[in-house]
Design a protein around this ligand. Structure first.
Ligand SMILES: NC(=O)c1ccc[n+]([C@@H]2O[C@H](COP(=O)([O-])OP(=O)(O)OC[C@H]3O[C@@H](n4cnc5c(N)ncnc54)[C@H](O)[C@@H]3O)[C@@H](O)[C@H]2O)c1
Ligand SMILES: [Zn+2]
Length: 347
């Protein structure tokens, strides 16, 4: 097991990599605990949960709403949960985002912790202290910054995760390596087959190194002004693709990273060889690297124009100077749109 201590403005958090769900009770303070989990995780792992009260929510991005939070408040009231209690979210990014928000707002806030059960939630959602829900179709529109007391990342739990969910998590691992850890990138190039087979020591290193990249960026910039933009590598095009198609987040990020790397080459920041390494690694991890030609080019461009992070006629984009080294530059919209045209013609 490895431990990372995060010092956030809203408190400190301890991330435990390769600790087991079975040891959860060790980390919960002597208060009455309640578990919030989703239907799938409850079905797979209920027998490993301590005998605490359980609140089960549904699954899918559609349930990440205030209505679900309201349902949780109601059950907390019914269970007579007060500020002396503790809440544990066990699940992927959706359970953690919702649980963190419900716990932070119920009775003005109860302490909470997470057991992260998807690769994406272990390497991404577990760090950064962001909790929240969607509102009328706007993603993560309502929320708070608040650190969980602990996050257990049990990589054994990834064995029951649907394959496509696992692959999508690898996109964020590649992102972290590409923006902040060249050695991790090389390690992934060497051990991608073991990673796909969920070799435990390999997964422990991937999750640990990945969290370190994210946490070092977040610690410098918890509230998303400058530094945190680096974490958006690949995400501008990804968000546009997610809005226009039913592609998953990880797949969209994979294509978005190839796009941002190509832009970095065009701007003479990155060598063609390094951009090709990125593309190859994503392919080896079974992620897409090209946009499907049946996706409307105009809709993708329109979604980029409406990006919430756009400022005036430019958009801040994370670009690579080398594998492991990222910079943020303001790119004129026309330049982005020209590259999208190019992408449809030549890729
Ligand atoms: N707070 C943050 O900083 C942050 C960062 C990145 C993403 N997110 C959020 O995370 C969400 C996506 O998270 P996700 O990809 O983990 O999806 P998810 O929570 O929907 O989990 C994916 C699916 O896998 C199932 N599942 C989870 N763990 C399992 C396991 N061990 N075995 C079997 N099935 C399991 C879930 O029931 C679900 O059907 C998005 O809403 C996104 O906005 C938040
Ligand atoms: Zn992402």
């Amino acid at each position: 097991m490895k431990i990372i201590n995060i010092q956030g403005q809203s408190g400190n958090s301890q991330i435990l990599i390769n600790e087991s769900l079975e040891n959860l009770t060790k980390y919960v303070p002597p208060r009455r605990p309640v578990i919030v989990t989703d239907h799938n995780v409850n079905r797979c792992y209920r027998s490993y949960f301590p005998g605490w009260d359980i609140i089960e929510i549904g699954t899918g991005e559609e349930i990440k709403t205030l209505k679900t939070v309201e349902g949780i408040y109601q059950q907390l009231v019914d269970l007579e949960i007060d500020r002396s209690c503790f809440i544990v979210g066990i699940g992927g990014g959706i359970v953690c985002d919702i649980t963190g928000f419900a716990a932070s707002t119920y009775m003005r806030g109860l302490p909470f912790g997470f057991v992260s059960s998807t690769l994406l939630s272990q390497v991404d959602a577990s760090v950064g202290g962001k909790n929240g829900v969607n509102f009328h179709g706007y993603k993560n529109m309502v929320g708070v910054f608040n650190q969980p007391c602990f996050v257990i990342c049990d990589t054994e739990m990834l064995k029951t995760l649907p394959r496509n969910e696992l692959i999508c998590g690898f996109a964020e691992v590649v992102k972290h390596a590409a923006i902040g850890n060249r050695e991790l990138f090389t390690f992934l190039e060497q051990r991608y087959t073991d990673a796909l087979n969920l070799d435990q020591p390999v997964m422990e290193r991937l999750v640990y190194d990945s969290i370190l990249v994210k946490s070092s960026i977040v610690e410098q910039d918890e509230r998303e002004k400058g530094e945190r933009r680096k974490l958006n590598f690949g995400h501008t095009l990804a968000h546009a693709l997610e809005k226009t198609t039913d592609i998953s987040h990880g797949e969209a990020v994979s294509i978005g990273m190839v796009f941002a790397a190509n832009l970095s080459v065009l701007r003479h920041l990155l060598s063609k060889e390094e951009a090709n390494r990125l593309r190859l690694l994503l392919k080896q991890l079974q992620l897409p690297t090209e946009i499907e030609t049946n996706i409307s080019k105009e809709k993708v461009k329109d979604a980029i124009r409406k990006d919430k992070k756009r400022e005036g006629q430019g958009i801040h984009l994370a670009l690579l100077k080398a594998i492991g080294e990222v910079i943020v530059e303001e790119i004129p919209l026309e330049e982005l749109e020209a590259l999208i045209d190019d992408m449809y013609m030549h890729w």
